[in-house]
Ligand binder design. Structure first.
Ligand code: NIG
Ligand code: FE
Length: 409
């Protein structure tokens, strides 16, 4: 099946067939290559060609032709950090926060991650799978074409395995690429609060061999944070993961300058995510590394916390990625179009920078940059076709409007 889109007002993030773009750093994030008045042809889900309308080829038989006059085509989003598999929403904590409790206070009372873990314990795997499929389908309808999903609401061997098996079943649906991260080190279960060593041994000696044995994870994650996992504890867990070939993607520097960035970089993490609390030392550390700084402004927005220093990171020539952090506690938003608006207004980055962060750089944060994230012949035809819109800047500007006409996966 072949599809030809014609008269595209702007075809965004085009990449030459011979280029080998791996990530887009600093200033380059703003200079998005694009074509005006363009066409694009795709066949069996792969981009086969594109160009300006004066170079359009004759249509072959059996081609669906879509006239995109006044409309924009851009690469669909990669959401490189989510907790999409969870058993129950947590709107009660949302209300508690409105009344004045902090995220840490809620966590100390057994709310937060432990609340989600208690619900995870009880839910049947099939039910968990079905609710997760519905969320995945919603994300796709909003333009997400690849996603990372973490465990971390299990916190016991059986429950972590249940989550990871559900993620594997989501992968096997083959709707979009799904990457799994093993995050047993998300919080200490109540019974291990005063015996961290015992929980870390449980992760290393019991969970990891089974997770790796069943091939259930692509990455290993740790919530490296004051009150959660220390730098030394993170170090131990990442070392153990490395023995099974699991690369790190970690939660770092959300609440404090906890040393998460440095330990992530030391372990050659694919990405360090959150980064609300940063100083020059962390930025210098990232600048000398391959680790992608991933910002999650949806969580800072929902918790009404201070935002990530996106401008400083971009000025340091770093390839910034942006993801949703979709989860029931700190960001119940899986809509990457909303995240795009929050990024521009709150991180004070340009629409072009935010689009680059949510496409090619986010794809790089999942090691998918060679198959998606730009409009390139041979890459997946995972695209967003907008409705008629006045300009590319309109997309983040039109906060809350649905400007998507169709998502191609
Ligand atoms: O990325 N920060 C740690 N983990 C999640 C929140 C998890 C939760 O509250 O359920 C996050 O924000
Ligand atoms: Fe997270």
């Amino acid at each position: 099946m072949s599809t030809l889109i014609t008269n595209i007002r702007q075809l965004v993030w085009t990449e030459n067939e011979h280029s080998r773009l791996q990530r887009v750093p600093g200033k380059e994030m703003h200079t998005i290559p694009s074509l005006e008045n363009a066409w694009l042809r795709m066949e069996n889900g792969i981009i086969k060609g594109f160009g300006t309308m004066d170079s359009i080829q004759d249509t072959i038989h059996d081609t669906e032709v879509i006239n995109a006059k006044g409309k924009i085509v851009l690469p669909a989003w990669t959401d490189s950090h989510t907790h999409l598999v969870f058993a129950a929403t947590r709107e009660q904590e949302f209300v508690d926060k409105i009344k004045g409790l902090t995220y840490e206070e809620i966590s100390r009372r057994g709310g937060g991650i432990l609340n989600s873990a208690a619900k995870m314990q009880d839910i049947d795997e099939q039910e968990l799978f079905e609710m997760s499929v519905r969320r995945l389908e919603e994300a796709i309808s909003l333009g997400t074409a690849a996603i990372e999903i973490k465990s971390g609401y299990g916190l016991s061997t059986d429950s972590e395995l249940k989550m990871l098996r559900v993620i594997r079943r989501l992968k096997e649906l083959n709707k979009i690429p799904v990457k799994a991260s093993f995050l047993a080190a998300h919080s200490y279960p109540m019974e291990y609060r005063s015996n961290h060593d015992a929980y870390i041994r449980l992760i290393i000696d019991e969970m990891l061999p089974r997770v790796a044995g069943e091939g259930l994870a692509d990455y290993i994650d740790v919530f490296c944070e004051q009150g959660f996992f220390s730098v030394d504890e993170t170090d131990r867990i990442l070392q153990a993961g490395a023995k099974y070939g699991l690369k790190p993607k970690i939660h770092a520097n959300q609440l404090y300058r906890s040393g998460g960035v440095q330990i992530g970089v030391q372990h050659n993490a694919v990405s360090v995510d959150h980064l609300e609390s940063m100083g020059q030392e962390e930025i210098d550390c990232l600048a000398g590394s391959n680790t992608i700084p991933t910002l999650l402004p949806g969580a800072a927005f929902f918790l009404a916390m201070h935002y990530q220093p996106a401008r400083m990171l971009i000025d340091a020539n770093l390839p910034v990625a942006i993801a949703s952090d979709y989860n029931p506690g700190t960001c119940p938003c899986l809509n990457m179009n909303t995240i795009l608006s929050i990024s521009c207004t709150q991180l004070k980055i340009t629409p072009n920078e935010a689009i680059t962060a949510q496409t090619i750089n986010a794809a790089a944060a999942l090691e998918l940059q060679n198959e998606m994230g730009t409009i390139k012949v041979g890459k997946k035809a995972s695209l967003i076709l907008t409705k008629e819109v006045p300009s590319l800047d309109y997309l983040p500007y039109a906060l809350g409007s649905n400007w998507i006409e169709r998502v191609f996966i």
